[in-house]
Design a protein around this ligand. Structure first.
Ligand code: FDA
Length: 391
């Protein structure tokens, strides 16, 4: 079978690229080993797909070259994707921090992409494995479970390693290795952090408790929800900082953002000195968390028993709790994979590899990782669109 374009991976990036190339009259084949296209879209955003963010900006993407993503993000913006969502009659809402979700279901986004692919004449092969890729004089031979196909352009859109249970593989990195294309080491990101037995013993009784917090690492800070779990810490602020955190280092947690806990406690001491220090703090924090903080600060008794210095020490802990994670929950639960195909190896405008003509990488397999909140889908749409204009 002879084609203009073969795309491997029918996720967000692969489908967008297929639509654009098909609209340009290219003969396009999209291959995926999964049973259905867009499986990650289906489960994303709690089933409602946080499909983009109103506040897309290059500094909200991590990469060895943070400027790389700029070109694609500028050429196919969040507004361009919103226009497609609107044209398809999909209703949506902003949840928080510019995050846009479908009102009804993530399946609406998949239907939009499948409809556009059908209209653009794209052929979709599901449950099809790719055994081998070979460079030829005019393009590539791709050996698949349904036989051999030939193409001029080959696009790798196979995503990262996150959630192997859903079919994630290291396929894209293997293809990069085959063609000597540089890769930035990968690691799980947007992922819950885990703690030592010792620290977990303190935290485990709080499992299920959530607070609004500011979580920081090395000058970067996120003010969002934080959730105590049986394994450690999760919630948006923790997922966000996991992309920045480095092994062996501590994160800092402010459990009472925007309030001056020492002042609050000192004032309360004047009017209600007889209440226990734990209950006094529980006016600001969930009760179990107040218990943990007072015990870690080593303060007991009533408010009146505490010196101002004790109250300041306790408040210091509440506002700047230093915690040293031992690791992350790994690819099993990570939303994304950091690292991947080095942006140095790619043309920022087209996503074509500089050294292998006709070979493209798009989406999460590339060393571009967005913040939590629709940034990663926007990168998939933008990079897929960019390649789709030229393949
Ligand atoms: P994606 O992983 O979507 O697609 C890759 C495709 O390649 C898959 O269909 C896979 O089956 C296929 N494939 C892999 N190996 C193959 C092989 N060897 N042969 C054939 N096919 C192969 N982002 C966001 O912006 N908003 C959100 O709400 C969420 N929510 C979210 C929830 C959860 C639980 C996860 C795990 C992730 C998110 N994300 C997210 C991240 C987002 O899902 C992710 O960044 C994009 O799906 C990446 O799109 P890609 O098309 O690059 O890869």
């Amino acid at each position: 079978m002879e084609l203009d374009v073969v795309i491997i991976g029918a996720g967000a990036a692969g489908m967008m690229c297929a639509i654009e190339a098909g609209r340009r009259g290219r003969k396009v084949l999209l291959i995926d080993h999964a049973k259905a296209a867009g499986e990650k879209i289906r489960i994303s955003g709690g089933g409602r797909c946080n499909f983009t963010n109103l506040e897309i900006a290059p500094e909200r993407f991590l990469s060895e070259n943070p400027r790389f993503a700029l070109s694609a993000l500028k050429r196919f913006t969040q507004w361009d994707f919103i226009a497609r969502v609107d044209a398809a009659g999909i209703s949506w809402h902003e949840k928080t921090l510019g995050q846009l979700f479908c009102d009804r279901s993530a399946k609406d986004i998949i239907a939009l992409l499948l409809n556009d692919m059908a209209a653009a004449g794209v052929t979709l092969w599901l449950e099809t494995a790719v055994a081998k890729v070979r460079k030829t004089e005019h393009g590539f031979d791709v050996t698949t479970g349904r036989g051999q196909v030939r193409c001029r352009s080959l696009v790798i859109a196979s995503g990262g390693k996150s959630i192997p249970k859903m079919g994630a593989t290291g396929f894209g990195y293997d293809i990069a290795a085959q063609f000597n294309i540089a890769c930035v080491p990968t690691r799980p990101a947007l992922v819950p952090l885990t703690f030592s037995e010792h620290e977990l013993a303190h935290m485990a009784p709080l499992a299920g408790t959530s607070v609004s917090a500011a979580v920081g690492f090395d000058g970067t800070e996120f003010r969002e929800g934080l959730l105590f779990t049986h394994r450690g810490l999760s919630g948006p602020s923790i997922l966000q900082i996991s992309s920045y955190w480095q092994e062996g280092q501590a994160i800092t947690v402010d459990l009472c953002v925007g309030e001056r806990v020492s002042e609050t406690l000192k004032i309360l001491k004047q009017s209600a000195g007889k209440i226990s220090i734990k209950n006094a703090l529980a006016r600001t924090l969930p009760e179990k968390l107040a218990g943990l903080m007072t015990s870690l600060a080593g303060v007991t008794g009533t408010l009146a028993d505490q010196s101002n210095k004790d109250l300041e020490r306790l408040a210091g802990l509440v506002h700047s709790w230093a915690l040293k994670p031992v690791g992350t929950e790994g690819y099993r639960t990570a939303e994304v994979t950091m690292g991947g195909i080095s942006t140095d190896a790619l043309n920022a405008k087209t996503m074509e590899t500089k050294d292998v003509s006709g070979l493209y990488f798009i989406g999460e397999v590339v060393d571009v990782t967005g913040w939590l909140g629709g940034y990663n889908f926007q990168w998939a749409w933008s990079s897929g669109w960019a390649a789709g204009q030229v393949v």
